[in-house]
Design a protein around this ligand. Structure first.
Ligand code: AQP
Length: 361
């Protein structure tokens, strides 16, 4: 996909504004970093940005209360260490701004059961255990729509796995506008544009190239955490699952040369995944990397990949460690961000309440 400047929003009546978030459900992974955070950093040069640590989302599955506060600080530290500037951008944790939960309720009343039932992430996470998962896990996309629209955000950088939730956000905004704004154009909420960019919008598990790399995967060997030390990163890449063949050549690319054809992803998912990670880490087009590495054995390629990963992630992990030893500084960033976030979200929430017809005190 293109790395070029983000296109202007179709929502010309709304000022361009970015919102996105990460759940404090574990250590941040290379998937979160390449799929989302690198775009968060880049977008600061283009628009006003709001980056949230979405703790209300994290508790849709069990989180140990003794760990959650530190997990929240760790995601904040990852934001800062990756290059998000708390002076330019707003960084805060979701539970500090009540407008998210309030608008989330309103959107639970706007979204339809049929829409929510089609969400593949719910189906994946609930698996065969549907009767036992929380109601919050089912309602998750309505809260996500509230996160975004509480700021009338026009752009949302995410990994590929969040595409369907973003479409639902657009549906919720469209229905709210239709139900409560009548002929008033452009309506109260913008129709948000997803930004899904980079060579690794869907980083897969190092143990199974058909499964997404996830913070909450039971196997630590399935993912690279930003906090992993050099030995752990080297070991995980060395042990990453591959296949018995050599690396593929340019024939493996799709016709437009932007990524892999479906055949390679289906037949050699691990090769496609590692090459995608390499391209993203080196900020080079996939075609360049495939052309250079064609026919190499995996062992040599993995050494190069380890060097690249260490060069990019090593300094971020070290800075995260430093920040985690200064909890007061991290908490101060979140408190300042929450105040700035509230100042934007509260009037927008009140405007939505007015349109719905809630009586004011
Ligand atoms: N594997 C991935 N490849 C590319 N992008 C990814 N993202 C997550 N995993 C990958 C993107 O990271 C952002 C934050 O994700 P999240 O914390 O909100 O939740 P998630 O998508 O459910 O990520 P995880 O790591 O899989 O968390 P758990 O295990 O708690 O569910 C999003 O923009 C996401 O697209």
């Amino acid at each position: 996909m293109s790395q070029t400047k983000t296109t202007a929003s179709a929502n010309t009546e709304f000022p361009n504004r970015v919102f996105s978030g990460v759940q404090p459900s574990g250590a941040m992974t290379l998937g979160n970093y390449l799929g989302a955070i690198r775009n968060f950093v880049r977008l600061q040069d283009e628009m006003d940005c709001i980056y949230c640590v979405v703790d209300l989302h994290a508790v849709t599955v069990w989180q140990d209360p003794a760990e959650l506060a530190n997990q929240t600080r760790e995601i904040t530290a990852a934001y800062l260490a990756s290059g998000i500037d708390p002076k330019r951008s707003i960084i805060f944790n979701q539970s500090m701004v009540s407008a998210h939960a309030e608008l989330g309720w309103l959107f639970s009343c706007v979204a339809r059961m049929g829409w929510m039932s089609r969400m593949t992430q719910f189906k994946d996470k609930a698996g065969k255990n549907r009767e036992q998962v929380s109601l919050g896990l089912f309602a998750y996309p309505a809260l996500m729509a509230a996160d975004i629209l509480a700021y009338q955000a026009t752009h949302v950088p995410v990994g590929d796995d969040q595409k369907q939730h973003l479409e639902l956000t657009r549906d919720i905004a469209t229905k709210f506008n239709y139900d409560f704004c009548g002929e008033d154009q452009p309506g109260y909420f913008p129709i948000t544009e997803p930004i899904i960019q980079g060579a690794a919008t869907r980083v897969m598990s190092l143990r199974d190239g058909t499964k997404k790399m996830s913070k909450s995967d039971a196997s630590d060997m399935s993912r690279i955490n930003l906090t992993d030390d050099a030995d752990a990163i080297a070991l995980k890449i060395r042990k990453a699952k591959t296949d018995p063949l050599e690396l593929p050549g340019l024939e493996a690319l799709s016709e437009d040369q932007q990524g892999f054809g479906d055949a390679l992803r289906a037949e050699r998912p691990e090769a496609a995944n590692l090459l995608g990670i390499y391209a993203a880490l080196s900020s080079r087009p996939i075609a360049d990397v495939v052309g250079e590495k064609a026919g190499q054995p995996f062992a040599a390629f993995k050494k190069d990949l380890t060097e690249l990963a260490l060069a990019e992630i090593g300094p971020i992990g070290a800075e995260m460690q430093r920040l985690m030893n200064d909890k007061a500084a991290v908490d101060a960033v979140l408190a300042d961000g929450a105040e700035r976030a509230r100042a934007i979200a509260e009037p927008i929430l009140r405007g939505a309440y007015d349109r719905v017809g809630f009586l004011k005190p």
